[in-house]
Every structure is written in C-alpha cells, then in structure tokens.
Design a protein around this ligand. Structure first.
Ligand code: ACO
Length: 315
C-alpha cells in the first residue's frame, strides 16, 4: 500500500442541525453512535468527482503518475449511473487511456472486497498497480425524515494505491477474508434502484439486529485473519475498522485487547461513509504519522447483504 488519499465534502452537518428539524438530539446520537457531525455532498460532489479527488491525492502521495495505473476498482453502493461503472468514469477523469476499471457493490464491506480483488489481480500478475477506491454519497439514498437512519451516515471518498513488490517480503496485504449471507439481506438494504422504479430508493435498516450481527461476525472475522497468518492480538499495531458506530468499534477493540489509542476512529467526525470509511481512516492515520512503515494493520467491515470481511496488511 503505497499511496493514500481522501476527499470530504466541505459542508458539515452537526447533530444539532439535524435536531433542529428531526425528533432527535445531539446527546442521543453521541451516546448511541459516537457521531458528532458528518460531511454532506454539495451540488458539485458525486461518486465520480469524490473518487477522482481521493485517487489523485493517493497518486500524489505515492509519486506515481496516473498513466502508470493498470486497474481501478471503486467500491460504491451509490454510483451516479447504473453504468458505465464509476471506476471507468474515474479512469477518464484521471486521463488514463490504458488499463481497466470496474465497481464492486458490497455496501459497507466494499473496500475490504475491493482490496481483496486488487490483491488477487496483483498476485496473479494481471495488474502491477491498482487504485482501490471507496466513494459514497449516502445523503442521496437517505430518508431525511427517518431519524433511525439519517443521523448515521455521511459522504466522502478514500483511495489507496497498491503496487506489486518483488519477492516474499513481509510487506503488503498478508491475507483477506470475505463472507456474505444473503438470508440476512432484509436487515439493511436500499429499497429499490434502477430495476424497481415503484420503490422509495431509500436506505432501510433494522439497526438493533445489524448491531447484534456486527459484533459477533466482526469478532469472528478478526480471529480468522489472525489465525490464518499465525499471529495473535498482541501483534496488531493498528485496528482500522469500518466506521459504523463507536460502540461496535469499541466492542471489537475490547475483543482484540487493543487500547483505544491503537484504534483509528473517524466516525465521530465523518459518521458512516460506508465503503469510503476504511480508506479515509487509513489516509488520516498515515498522513498524521500514527500508522508507520512496518506497522501491522487490521481492517474489518460489515455491511448490507450482509457482507463482512477482514484484511491484514504490513505497511
Ligand atoms: N434520535 C432519538 N431517538 C431515536 C433515534 C434518533 N436518531 N433513532 C431511533 N430512536 C429511538 C427509537 O425510535 C427507539 O424508540 P422507542 O424505544 O420509543 O421505540 C429508541 O430510540 C431505541 O431504538 P433502537 O433502534 O433500539 O436503538 P439502538 O440502541 O439499537 O441504537 C442504532 C440504534 C444506533 C442504529 C444501533 O442499533 C446501531 O448502531 N446499529 C448498527 C447500525 C449499523 O452499523 N449500520 C451500518 C451497517 S453498515 C452498512 O452497510 C450501511
């Protein structure tokens, strides 16, 4: 992982601003979720523009020109168009004429799915440099009159540049582990899209049930990735979790016996940006010097599907 970038829309919406138009309060939102504010897309922000901004910053960080990228994978549940894929639009925006791009839809687990796919493309020799991007505009699929969901999400994009490295060194993606269970699809879903025109198009969630699944499945997921690498909780330098809810993150950190200082938290300021949350958190912690070369980073996520998974990387 050699490049990191992020983009957050300028507009910040505080809990108090939501409480002025909804039957909710800053206290309730903070206590249940840890969220204090979220960034919301402006009229000129969309999945492609935010992904492009995050990707450009990741390329700048790595000092790699866009022309050297072989593949672009965008994880998003909120594409601007059914097709072309967001990734292909980003390819054009970056001025890239070669390579290929495609999107992955795995809701909040999208970044872990995209990372796993990029790792496989690199290991199989199909690509040498892959941009892995999460870009989400959840503000456009929220029912802003539903206090049970609209307070939880925010918009933004994050990007990581992966590059092939020679040999079997200890750096890079050590392993990724993906899961889904379609029988739990009705716990968290978007009511319709292109194929169901009579539906609302809004995100719907049974929050308490999702919470229950999240703690159990994410705990099993961190065990799985460590066991696969013959490592233990004590080896983990940083937990960079999907940022859905501070209480879920704290539950997993407790399980790992990791102190809060070793957990990257952005949910307080970004809310849940779905597939963008892990790369946004990585970007923040790498750029401010918390995550350093040689650190062992554990990423995990759960989202609509339900989908979930984990990834372990040595920076
Ligand atoms: N403000 C005030 N009251 C509220 C609000 C709000 N924003 N939202 C719900 N309430 C009320 C409910 O109406 C309910 O009232 P009642 O007891 O009178 O019926 C009460 O608060 C409790 O509601 P619950 O839903 O049971 O509250 P809970 O403690 O479970 O917290 C929450 C809700 C924060 C959504 C929690 O369940 C959660 O975080 N779940 C996981 C959600 C999640 O991770 N989603 C993202 C997954 S990733 C993806 O793919 C999108």
């Amino acid at each position: 992982m050699v490049g990191f970038g992020g983009y957050l829309p300028n507009r910040i919406v505080t809990n108090d601003e939501l409480a002025a138009r909804l039957d909710t309060s800053d206290d309730w939102i903070r206590a249940r979720t840890g969220i204090t504010q979220r960034h919301i897309a402006g009229p000129n922000d969309n999945a492609v523009s935010m992904a492009t901004a995050a990707a450009s910053r990741a390329l700048d960080y790595a000092g790699v020109p866009a022309a050297a990228v072989d593949a672009i994978i965008v994880a998003t549940s909120t594409p601007d168009q059914a097709f072309p894929a967001t990734a292909v639009r980003v390819q054009a925006e970056l001025g890239l004429r070669g390579g290929f791009g495609f999107d992955i839809a795995a809701a909040c687990s999208g970044f872990v799915y995209a990372l796993s796919t990029a790792d496989a493309l690199i290991r199989s020799g199909q690509a040498g440099r892959v941009l892995v991007i999460g870009s989400e505009v959840y503000s456009r699929i929220l029912d802003w009159s539903d206090r049970g969901t609209c307070v939880l999400f925010g918009d933004g994009a994050g990007a990581v540049l992966l590059t092939a490295a020679e040999g079997e060194g200890p750096e890079g993606i050590l392993s990724t582990h993906l899961h889904s269970d379609g029988s739990t699809g009705d716990l968290l879903y978007v009511d319709g899209a292109i194929g169901l025109r009579e539906s609302s198009g809004f995100l719907r969630m049974r929050g308490r049930d999702v919470f229950r699944h999240a703690v159990a499945k994410l705990s099993a997921s961190v065990d799985e990735v460590l066991a696969a690498n013959g490592l233990t909780y004590a080896d983990v330098s940083w937990l960079v979790p999907h940022q859905a809810n501070l209480r879920i993150i704290e539950g997993v950190a407790r399980k790992l016996e990791l102190p809060q200082e070793r957990v990257v938290i952005t949910v307080d300021r970004h809310a849940n940006t779905s597939a963008a949350s892990i790369p946004l958190a990585m970007n923040e912690a790498v750029r401010d010097g918390r995550i350093r070369k040689g650190d062992l980073v554990l990423m995990e996520a759960l989202g609509g599907g339900l989908t979930w998974g984990s990834a372990l990387a040595r920076l």
